[in-house]
Each structure stands twice: as structure tokens, then as C-alpha cells.
Ligand binder design. Structure first.
Ligand SMILES: Cc1ncc(COP(=O)(O)O)c(C=O)c1O
Length: 392
């Protein structure tokens, strides 16, 4: 038994949280079981809550900066969890990975340039390019024998275009759950180096690796790749701190770092979130036992999901995730188009899932389930899904 109680259901309604409080407005249906947006229904580690309480009780919440303790916590975490020696000066804090992606696009590409993404993928990647007047070029993943792989031949072809300036890599990959191998990353890197493409490696899910696997930080592969890449990290997925808006971009190359910092300053991002910094420091310093227990719970939820689907909804296929608390489900066996599947999930089943079409090409006919919730909630959602499929 874990000393942490991940089975405890904490009422989140009334806290202004997106997952529960905004669901009806977003999905247009009442009383859905929320298994969608990528945050957790668990409380953060007790050490984090205690550190925040102490900070709250202080009572003064003025402008805040990033302390030695903050940077040491980040470098210590990267060394212990990922075997990567990050130098303090490489770390550029920013108010979230998504704001960081937008600023990186502005810093390293020009309007009209192409940004490669590998769909189906976390949709703010596309928005970061499009909302800034850049164009998305999709080098889609391929589903081979129940596992997604990169299409490296396609990537090589597309990377040759002179308009392509950036690849946004999702590592590990949301929504398909792949943990990219050293070889896949190295080959992707060599294609980008050959063509002068900057790699933005979004590694926000990298602490959530399942089955004892190891994540490889992109910029740790070689000095050559460190010189043309940015690694995006945050404690927000790992410790459920997304509402505190504190992330770090790791930019080993001094010139890229200067260029990025200018883009960030131009938007007026200077100071830190007084609570985010405290939470990050406590989480990265004391949070490992909690994280190990969390990963076990998520693995058990994954096993529960897998067995449930095999026994009760065999028309749906699970794409087994290697990392993240997200599971990608193939609903194509139900023979519905995107609109019909959306209606079926929302109105017949009564579940809110990450609907596949939002992740771009290759997402139609799929949906993403969030496993970071007490098992009872997952069970309720899956039960509803099974009944709805039986009723078809
Ligand atoms: C791949 C990926 N990047 C970034 C984010 C969000 O990052 P942030 O909350 O720091 O903006 C998410 C959240 O789901 C994500 O899945």
C-alpha cells in the first residue's frame, strides 16, 4: 500500500478548474465523466502543499525572482531523474511551456516560414505556428502493428524545403504515448542538423515514464544537437501544478538563448510566479517518493483500462502508452466519422475525452483518455462507454 491515497476523490468543482467547471461550456453536455484535459485529479505531494501554505501565510506576495535554490532544484532534478548535467545558465524560466512554444516560434522563425509537427499531436503546437503567421507542415506518425513510429523518410524529404525553420517534437508524445528511442531521436536530430532546422523538444511529460523505461533528453544526445535545440520542461504535469504557471526552457547554446530571451523580454515576461517557484523547488527537492507512487498508480489504472477494454469493449483498441498518463484509444471499429464519434462520446456515453480530431491528421476515429484520476472515476467513465457501445 502506498502512503499516498490516490483513490481519494477530491471535489474539484467550484475551484474554477477547467476539467470539471468548464466542461459543460466546452462539451455542450451536462454531467459527463471528465477524462479529458491533461491535469490530474490528485493533490500535489504533501511537501509541496506544506511549502505553499508557509508561503501563503507569509502574506506578502510582491514581485518575485528566481533564487539559487530554484535553479539548483532544476539542475538536481535533471541530473537525478534524467542523467543530464544541465548548467544553470542554460535554464530560462518562463510562464508555461505553451507560452514558451509561441515565443520560440517568434524568436527563431519569420512569418511564412514552415514549422514541422508530427500529427496526431498536442494541438497548441499547430496554434503556436499558425497564430504567429507561420505555416504548419505535418510529417505524420505511422501506426505500425499497434505502435506509432516516426516517418523518418517523410521527415527527411520535408526538411529539405528552405522554408522549414523549426521542428516541434513531442517527447514523450502526447497523445500517442510513445517514448522515443535514442536512435529515433538521433536520426531526427541528424536530419535537422543537415538542414539547419531548430528542434524544440517539448519534454513536459518526460517524468511520467511507465514500466521502468528511461527518457532521453534531446539536447543530451550530443553537443551538435545541444547547439540547435531547446528542451521544454516543467513540474506542471509531473506534480499537478499547471495552475501555477512555472516552466523552464533549457537552451544550451548561448546565441539561441540570447535570441530567445529578447523575444521573451519583448513580451514583458520578467518576474516569477511567487507560488510557482516555491512549488517547483519543493517538488523537485522532495517529490520523488510521491512520483514513484504516482507512477505505480497510473500503471495500475492502465492495466485496469486494458483489461476492461479487452473484456467489455473489444471493438475499441488501446494503443499501449510507454509514457504519460494519457491513453490513446482507437474507436475506428465503431465505424463512425468524427462528428458521429463526438456525439456518441458526449451524448450517448456521457464521457468527456480528448477527441482525436483536435490533434490534427490521423486523429480522426481516436480519442484520448486521461488515467490520472481515482480508479472509481475511471471505472465510471469506462462503464458508461461499455453500456453505450453495447447499445449501438
Ligand atoms: C505536450 C504538452 N506541452 C505543453 C503542455 C502545457 O504546458 P503549459 O501548461 O506549461 O503551458 C501540455 C499540456 O497538456 C502538453 O501535453
Amino acid at each position: 500500500m502506498s502512503e499516498y491515497d490516490f483513490d481519494r476523490i477530491i471535489e474539484r468543482r467550484g475551484t474554477g478548474c477547467e476539467k470539471w467547471d468548464m466542461m459543460e461550456a466546452i462539451f455542450g453536455a451536462k454531467d459527463l465523466v471528465p477524462l479529458w484535459v491533461a491535469d490530474m485529479d490528485f493533490a500535489s505531494p504533501p511537501e509541496v502543499v506544506r511549502a505553499l501554505l508557509r508561503r501563503v501565510e507569509h502574506g506578502v506576495y510582491g514581485y518575485t525572482g528566481y533564487s539559487d535554490g530554484y535553479f539548483n532544484a532544476v539542475t538536481g532534478w535533471m541530473r537525478r531523474r534524467h542523467g543530464w548535467d544541465v548548467r544553470r545558465e542554460w535554464i530560462v524560466p518562463c510562464p508555461g511551456v505553451v507560452p514558451g512554444l509561441n515565443l520560440l516560434v517568434r524568436a527563431f522563425t519569420r512569418p511564412g516560414d514552415r514549422v514541422i509537427v508530427q500529427q496526431p499531436v498536442y494541438h497548441p503546437f499547430m496554434l503556436a505556428a499558425e497564430n504567429n503567421g507561420r505555416r504548419v507542415l505535418n510529417s505524420g506518425l505511422r501506426l505500425e502493428g499497434g505502435r506509432y513510429v516516426m516517418d523518418l523518410d517523410d521527415l527527411r524529404k520535408k526538411a529539405r524545403s528552405r522554408r522549414v525553420k523549426m521542428l516541434i517534437l513531442c517527447s514523450p508524445h502526447n497523445p500517442v504515448g510513445r517514448l522515443w528511442t535514442r536512435d529515433e531521436l538521433a536520426e531526427t536530430g541528424s536530419i535537422c542538423v543537415e538542414n539547419g532546422i531548430i528542434v524544440v523538444s517539448d519534454e513536459i511529460h518526460s517524468d511520467l515514464v511507465l514500466g521502468g523505461r528511461r527518457h532521453v533528453p534531446f539536447a543530451s544526445l550530443s553537443e551538435e544537437l545541444a547547439a540547435c535545440s531547446v528542451v521544454c520542461t516543467a513540474p506542471s504535469k509531473t506534480f499537478n501544478l499547471a495552475g501555477l504557471q512555472t516552466a523552464n526552457l533549457i537552451i544550451p547554446d548561448a546565441k539561441l538563448r540570447r535570441e530567445y530571451s529578447v523575444a521573451q523580454e519583448e513580451c514583458g515576461f520578467f518576474s516569477a510566479n511567487a507560488f510557482g517557484t516555491v512549488a517547483l523547488e519543493a517538488a523537485y527537492t522532495y517529490g520523488e517518493p510521491w512520483l514513484e507512487a504516482l507512477l505505480k498508480y497510473i500503471e495500475e489504472n492502465l492495466r485496469f483500462l486494458s483489461e476492461f477494454i479487452t473484456r467489455k469493449i473489444p471493438r475499441i483498441t488501446l494503443i499501449e502508452p510507454e509514457a504519460t498518463y494519457l491513453a490513446w484509444l482507437d474507436f475506428r471499429g465503431l465505424g463512425m466519422d468524427s462528428r458521429a464519434l463526438k456525439d456518441f462520446l458526449r451524448h450517448s456515453a456521457g464521457v468527456a475525452l480528448g477527441e482525436g480530431h483536435i490533434f490534427g491528421g490521423g486523429g480522426e476515429g481516436f480519442a484520448r483518455v486521461n488515467l490520472a484520476c481515482p480508479r472509481k472515476i475511471l471505472e465510471e467513465g469506462l462503464g458508461r462507454l461499455a453500456n453505450a457501445v453495447d447499445g449501438l
